[in-house]
Ligand binder design. Sequence first.
Ligand SMILES: [Zn+2]
Length: 230
Amino acid sequence: MHPSTPVPPAPSRRRLLAGGGAVFLTATAASLLAARPGGSGPGDDERGRKAALPGASPTASPASGWMPGVAKMPLERNFVHGDRDAQRGLVLHVQEGEGSLHERFNTPGIKTSSHFWVSRDGETEQYVSVLDRAWAQVDGNGSWASVETSGFATRPLTEAQVDAVARIYAWGAASHGWPPAVSEHPDQPGLGIHAMGGTAWGGHDCPGTLRSGGRAEIIRRVHELLPGGG
Ligand SMILES: [Zn+2]
C-alpha cells in the first residue's frame, strides 16, 4: 500500500442525492482533499472508518467510485468488489479492436475487464467502480485503475481520446488523489502504461510507443482541467 494514498470516503455517512451528482462529487472531492495525510478536518475521522469502504457493501454508495457524465455500464462479473489497496493512478491500454467492450467483459469466465473504455470519438464507458478491482493488469490490479482505448497500437490516440482520458484522469485526481504526472514504473503514482509492469502485469507490450507517448499531452490537459490549473 502506498503510504500517501488518500482513503476513499465512507459512503455510509452520506445520503445519495437524487439528481445531485455534481453536489455529491464536490462533497466527495472535498472530503478526500481533507483526508490527505497532514490535513486537518475530517481526515482522521475518515481514516478510522476503513471498515465502511464501499467494497464491503457494494450497494452503499454506487456514486463514489463512478465518474459522473460518462456512460455507467456496471459489469455483473469479472471484477472484485473492493479489494483496492491503493489509488496510484490510471493505466493506459490499447484495445487492438474497435467497439464497446462491455459485452466481452461481461462474458462469464473471461476473467478480464477494465474500469473505463474510450472510443475513437472520445465516448467513455465505465464498467467497474474505481473502488473495486478490475482485471486489466494482473499484479497491478489492486493499486491501479485502468482504461482501454479503442483502436490499435500502430495508431496514436485520437484527439478525442486524448481529451477523454484527460477528463477521466482529472476526475480521478480530484476525487481519488491520482497525481497529475506521467508514471513509468509500478511504484510511481500517475498515468502509467500496461507494459511498465513487465511480467508481473502479464508481460504485454501495451499500449505501444505511439499511445504511450500521448501521456504527456494528456497530463498537460489534466492540469488545465483541475481547479486552479492552466
Ligand atoms: Zn493492456
